[in-house]
Design a protein around this ligand. Structure first.
Ligand code: MN
Length: 254
């Protein structure tokens, strides 16, 4: 089994290292990740400058095949699969992200976008995030995902779908279960903080607090609130199929 690992927190992020140590026990791994943090870059790809992939020492080893790329998470997966790796991977795992990727977060998330890129290339993928940002401990999430990867490959994953996994940041004894969920709603209030620069001109800095709006029991947001691991199957086809027939009735003219 060959697994490609990537992330959006950068190749030196702890979450990727802890993940690699676990997944290395069950598969042959390659690591291709951004050379610096690329959180919230969504599905961006690099078109107007060259990409470089530099071989790096990873997990204190020069034998482990790892490359740092001066691009986005989506770039890393594309470049890895199409140019760097000697073989096509059986699975791509992106993470472990420092901080949750729930509900509409997935549209901004570089972690999830790397997994979507894999699915676009026809490779099954898992995106994994730990909900704790300030004092993250990635060990349990890494063990869980290594087990999930084995199950997924045994079950035969649907190639058009990725699994978005969020693991609560609590102690492993307090993890209350695993649930299959749908994407919930995440809303932020006071998203921008307005400040003044030394010359008296205004600038804006994205900040904002999470608003507790989600009451849907079946959602990823609700699962995390209950200290459960959330697994959401996600597709990238954004078509609203229900509306296709209705729109045809509009008789829109040339
Ligand atoms: Mn990140």
């Amino acid at each position: 089994m060959r697994i490609l690992l990537t992330n959006d927190d950068g190749i030196f992020a702890e979450g990727l290292h802890v993940l690699a140590r676990e997944v290395n026990k069950i598969a042959e791994i390659h690591v291709v990740a951004p050379d610096h943090e690329q959180s919230a870059t969504g599905h961006a790809i690099t078109m107007h400058r060259p990409l470089r992939a530099e071989r790096v020492k990873f997990l204190h080893s020069t034998d482990l095949p790892a490359w740092a790329v001066n691009g986005t998470p989506a770039d890393c997966v594309k470049l890895a699969v199409e140019s760097i790796l000697p073989h096509r991977p059986d699975l791509v795992i992106s993470g472990i992200n420092r901080g949750a990727n729930l509900g509409t977060d997935v549209l901004y998330s570089g972690t999830v976008s790397a997994a979507i890129e894999a699915v676009i290339l026809g490779i099954p993928a898992i995106a994994v995030s730990l909900t704790e940002y300030y004092e993250p401990r990635f060990e349990y999430a890494a063990e869980f995902v290594a087990r999930l990867a084995t199950v997924l490959l045994k079950q035969g994953a649907a190639c058009d779908t990725l699994l978005n996994v969020n693991v609560p940041g609590c102690d492993r004894e307090k993890v209350a279960g695993v649930v299959i969920t749908k994407l919930g709603v995440r809303q932020y209030k006071n998203a921008f903080e307005k400040r003044s620069d030394p010359r008296g001109r205004s600038y804006y800095w994205l900040a904002g607090e999470l608003v507790d709006t989600e009451h849907d029991e079946g959602s990823d947001v609700a699962a995390i609130k209950q200290s459960k691991i959330s697994i959401t199957p996600i597709q990238h086809d954004l078509t609203n199929y229900k509306l296709i027939e209705g729109l045809k009735e509009w008789s829109i003219e040339l």
